[in-house]
Design a protein around this ligand. Structure first.
Ligand SMILES: [Zn+2]
Length: 202
């Protein structure tokens, strides 16, 4: 990894580098990982609020505990919901970090990966702004690759990347058929990352 690439602070927040800038927002929706448990898995998600609307403030508002009974677009139903992810990548590829990678973000919910339950304990959650059926943007995939590069450098315990639907198949469909696992494989190869991709791209 070139020394100029983005890296993490001692507190687990991603510094901007020449190829990747990261905005920090401290979500209240997190807690400590179990003692001795570091990141071992990356979970890819897709989200948009309202669904299919891009560019609005509502995912940020959700993660920052800002939705209320008066929120528009039917989002009042989500008031009080305590969810977050470590990272959010918007359609333009802009990256925001909401939770330190040392901490446990609340993105996976009831989940199991290869027999291990409670994936939030041992994973990094990355949300891409999107839907299951609209292709994610090239800018998003570039930022995702660079974020993975920084994660691989900081957290050698990570060995795999998967999708939310793979670890919560009864409840979740994201990131959906629109997510191009082959493109992710290309990004990982570009950055010399040897994580297993589950599912394996055809
Ligand atoms: Zn999800």
């Amino acid at each position: 990894m070139p020394e100029s690439a983005a890296c993490f602070s001692d507190q687990g927040w991603l510094y901007s580098g020449p190829d990747l800038s990261c905005r920090w927002r401290h979500s209240p929706h997190h807690n400590a990982r179990p003692q001795g448990c570091g990141p071992q898995l990356v979970v890819i998600h897709g989200i948009s609020l309202p669904a299919g609307d891009f560019g609005g403030p509502w995912v940020d508002t959700l993660f920052m505990h800002g939705l209320t009974a008066n929120s528009p677009h039917g989002l009042s139903d989500l008031a009080g919901l305590e969810v977050s992810a470590h990272f959010f990548i918007n359609r333009e590829g802009l990256l925001t970090q909401y939770v330190s990678i040392h901490d446990r973000a609340w993105h996976a919910g009831v989940s199991v990966f290869e027999g291990r339950h409670n994936c939030n304990d041992f994973s990094i959650g990355i949300e891409l702004e999107g839907t299951d059926s609209i292709p994610y943007t090239a800018a998003q995939m570039l930022t995702l690759g660079r974020t993975c590069q920084a994660l691989a450098h900081d957290s050698p315990g990570i060995t795999a990347v998967t999708g939310h639907s793979m670890i919560a198949p009864d409840r979740k469909t994201d990131p959906g058929p629109a997510f191009d696992w082959k493109s992710l494989a290309d990004q990982l190869r570009l950055h010399g990352i040897s994580w297993r991709i589950v599912p394996t791209p055809a």
